[in-house]
Design a protein around this ligand. Structure first.
Ligand SMILES: Nc1ncnc2c1ncn2[C@@H]1O[C@H](COP(=O)(O)OP(=O)(O)O)[C@@H](O)[C@H]1O
Ligand SMILES: [Mg+2]
Length: 321
């Protein structure tokens, strides 16, 4: 993307409002997201760490029950955590968009409200879409300077951004007709006076379009959003990283940093020596592929799990040194 390489430490100086941490499951996303959030909170930015992972991982790492309520983290000033489940995301999404979607659909099909919402709510990407909307609103509210989003372990976290297309594509046939009609009316808007009165279907759809554009602008703005990919130096890790970075590139999302976790630093036995050599091969591959454009940080494999503020702080130190 950008020719200029950015460093993790740039985050401290910048005015980022969203830091998204992605990568395959188990590579250390939550660990890195927590370390990044803790560090930025320590530099006096009011920080929310948000996890949409179905397994309640923030509670584990911070050793405090977090759950679906904004929970201040003890001994970590300016840091609040929130675990949001897909059910809650979907409910909030229905509250926000349900009536509008129903109005659009019921203008050409006589269907039950819950049926329509369950159907459209099942569209792939809806959750991520709503998450982004939710995060954007959180940031706009101004209670937090920064949101660090520990994403769910899917390589395809970001199939989003096309709110109207997403809803409508999911509805297939009838909608194709509707969209044709829509674009016809759009073109005819100049000559045909559209009926005034309650919010028209066209207004609803253009509202979604506008919202979609606003979200897209927010998550593509390098001044506001930062993407960090976490991986491990193994074949699968390298493959998944390639896929994730391709996805980010395709969506024009500015990714600047790659954290390579679980790196064996000192091998004190033959077993670890062999693994260390294996890792060196993949670290070389990653460096060849991304060293020019991304900031690579190697994070060592610890002999213990990373839990509790002090151990998270150790990770912060290594990430931002
Ligand atoms: N560098 C590391 N050294 C030792 N254990 C680690 C390291 N990074 C992560 N872990 C441990 O691995 C497990 C998975 O990490 P986590 O951050 O939850 O991964 P993810 O969020 O990607 O699924 C956790 O138990 C965590 O403590
Ligand atoms: Mg996790």
């Amino acid at each position: 993307m950008s020719a200029e390489k950015k460093y993790l430490s740039d985050l401290e100086r910048g005015s980022k409002q969203l830091v998204l941490v992605g990568g395959k499951g188990g590579v250390g996303k939550t660990t890195c997201a927590a370390a990044i959030a803790l560090h930025l909170a320590a530099s006096k930015r009011k920080t929310l760490i948000l996890s949409s992972d179905p397994t309640p991982s923030l509670s584990d790492i911070f050793e405090i029950t977090v759950g679906a309520r904004e929970t201040p983290i003890p001994h970590a000033p300016n840091l609040t955590a929130l675990e949001i489940s897909s059910e809650i995301v979907l409910e909030k999404w229905k509250d926000r968009f349900g009536r509008e979607i129903y109005n659009v659909v019921s203008s050409f099909a006589d269907l039950d409200y819950d049926f329509v919402l369950d159907y459209v709510g099942g569209a792939p990407g809806i959750e991520e879409e709503y998450m982004l909307y939710y995060i954007m609103e959180l940031v706009k509210e101004g209670r937090y300077d920064l949101v660090v989003w520990d994403t769910a372990p899917a390589g395809h976290t970001l199939r989003l951004l096309h709110l109207p297309e997403l809803f409508l594509r999911h509805l297939e046939g009838a909608t194709k007709f509707y969209l044709n009609l829509y674009s016809y009316l759009e073109r005819a808007r100049e000559t045909v006076k559209l009926k005034k009165g309650k919010q028209s279907i066209l207004e609803i759809i253009s509202g979604w379009q506008a919202l979609s554009n606003e979200i897209a602008a927010f998550i593509r703005d390098e001044r506001l959003t930062e993407y960090i990919v976490v991986t491990i130096p193994e074949a699968l890790g390298v493959k998944q990283t390639e896929r994730i970075i391709q996805d980010f590139d395709a969506q024009r999302l500015p990714v600047h940093s790659l954290i390579v976790n679980h790196v064996i630093e000192k091998a004190d036995c033959a077993f670890h020596q062999t693994r260390k050599e294996m890792q060196a091969h993949y670290i070389r591959l990653l460096t060849e592929e991304y060293g020019e454009r991304l900031h690579l940080t190697l994070l060592p494999l610890y002999p213990y799990e990373i839990k509790g503020i002090e151990r998270i702080q150790d990770v912060s130190y290594l990430l931002f040194r």
